[in-house]
Design a protein around this ligand. Structure first.
Ligand SMILES: *[C@@H]1O[C@H](CO)[C@@H](O)[C@H](O)[C@H]1NC(C)=O
Ligand SMILES: *[C@@H]1O[C@H](CO)[C@@H](O)[C@H](O)[C@H]1NC(C)=O
Ligand SMILES: *[C@@H]1O[C@H](CO)[C@@H](O)[C@H](O)[C@H]1NC(C)=O
Ligand SMILES: *[C@@H]1O[C@H](CO)[C@@H](O)[C@H](O)[C@H]1NC(C)=O
Length: 391
């Protein structure tokens, strides 16, 4: 310390010092003047903007704080979900945009992961009141997206979780590639919200069979995604494989499974970004192949087998036989029936046995709504016990 002060005081560079001192002094004065001017202008512009909503033209070039504020806005733009779901992007543009993935794994902001409920529907959602009851009180932990026939006009009140949640949709047909397109469209729209971490595909006939917190924790703590994928050796499994899909897909990789999946963000991106398997399935998994039963199960088995539970958590009853699973109406909804859905199975969860295997169930007709609402508080774990109308 002492020596440094001495060397400075010693005057070892006597020639440079006066110059060096005088020049900055003048510059400092000029800078100080402009700084003051800037502060005054920024104060005025902040005042004007605040109280009159006037955007001062002079504020932009002069205010030193501006870049900082703009940088914050730029990050907010990435974090905030799109304000309107009705964008004008084509599918090609949407899938490209949705495939963006940050390479830095840690989020530099408080991210509360959300569950995205993706409703693939024809039009109306007759069971919406049950879903509203299920979602109530969990705002900020979920988001809703609806894909319906483009001609359908939804009319939900602004208080509804389904209000303005329709995405730009196109006609989709069962068993055709247009069905997978609709599913990718739902995934892609939901991926635009960086907080969505789990993606649940549902139809208008699906119901939740546990309360929100149970379902939320089940997904958030899961090491695997839930995609039905099994190797069916028979005519309706391997029998639908076409050798022309090789070498991208060979017969030992061919999988079959229910269309109703529950995947995490990583797999959702894998599904929307695919350009390798899509053309093969589009060209060679034609009618009687039922592409919606094979494309995602097979593609994900090849791309990320270690992330698959190989089962779905959506319960369905095929026991009545035929081409379609059973549909349940008013008379079917009993305590015993709901108990059977919730506890009638055992399976693996994070490689450990559990009897919570199904979080959702299908198919339920509109007439099931009334008894479901009635039984939900006691037997599904959500909703308020209703007052008896007489009391
Ligand atoms: C949800 O259900 C579980 C058990 O089924 C229960 O322990 C929990 O308290 C319920 N949560 C809420 C918020 O009702
Ligand atoms: C799976 O999850 C459990 C906790 O939920 C964790 O302890 C375990 O390490 C995970 N396993 C793998 C392979 O990530
Ligand atoms: C199919 O692909 C897998 C993985 O690339 C490979 O191990 C297997 O031998 C192939 N089977 C046939 C029949 O080509
Ligand atoms: C799911 O199946 C794939 C192969 O198809 C396998 O690699 C993976 O380990 C299976 N997942 C679980 C949880 O067993």
């Amino acid at each position: 310390m002492q020596s440094r002060v001495l060397t400075l005081e010693d005057g070892k560079e006597p020639l440079q010092r006066p110059q060096a001192k005088a020049l900055p002094m003048r510059i400092v004065k000029v800078l100080a003047f402009f700084l003051c001017l800037g502060i005054v202008f920024s104060a005025i512009s902040v005042y004007l903007t605040r109280y009159y909503g006037v955007y001062s033209v002079v504020s932009k070039p002069l205010v030193g704080l501006q870049p900082c504020i703009e940088a914050m806005d730029a990050l907010t733009r990435w974090i905030k979900p799109p304000s309107s779901l009705m964008h004008t992007m084509s599918d090609e543009e949407l899938l490209w945009r949705a495939s963006f993935v940050p390479r830095v794994k840690k989020y530099p902001f408080q991210r509360v992961p959300k569950v995205a409920f993706l409703f693939l529907t024809i039009g109306p959602l007759p069971l919406a009141p049950l879903w509203e009851t299920f979602l109530k009180g969990n705002e900020g932990l979920y988001s809703v997206y609806i894909h319906s026939l483009p001609s359908y006009r939804a009319e939900f009140p602004s208080s509804s979780a389904f209000y303005h949640r329709q995405i730009p949709s196109q006609v989709s047909e069962w068993g055709k590639m247009s069905m997978c397109d609709a599913e990718r469209r739902l995934l892609a729209n939901a991926l635009l919200d960086i907080s969505n971490e789990w993606f649940i595909l549902l139809s208008e006939s699906c119901i939740p069979v546990y309360n929100f917190s149970t379902i939320y924790q089940y997904f958030m703590r899961s090491n695997y995604s839930y995609v039905g994928a099994f190797d069916d050796q028979g005519p309706f499994g391997r029998g639908r494989y076409n050798i022309l899909m090789a070498p991208e897909v060979n017969i030992s990789q061919w999988r079959k499974g229910s269309q109703w999946f529950e995947v995490n963000r990583e797999l959702a991106v894998t599904m929307v970004r695919d350009t390798i398997f899509y053309p093969k399935f589009e060209a060679f998994c034609k009618p009687h192949c039922y592409v919606d039963e094979h494309y995602f199960p097979t593609m994900l088995t090849i791309e990320a087998p270690h992330l698959l539970a190989n089962r779905t958590v959506t319960w369905v009853d095929w026991s009545r036989g035929g081409a379609h699973p059973a549909t349940f109406g008013r008379v079917d909804i009993t305590e015993g029936f709901l108990k059977r859905i919730r506890e009638g199975n055992t399976c693996l969860y994070n490689d450990q046995p559990t009897d919570i295997c199904h979080l959702f169930a299908r198919k339920f007709s509109p007439s099931a709504l009334e008894p479901l609402l009635q039984l939900a508080p006691g037997h599904l774990g959500f909703g308020d016990r209703r007052e008896d109308p007489g009391t």
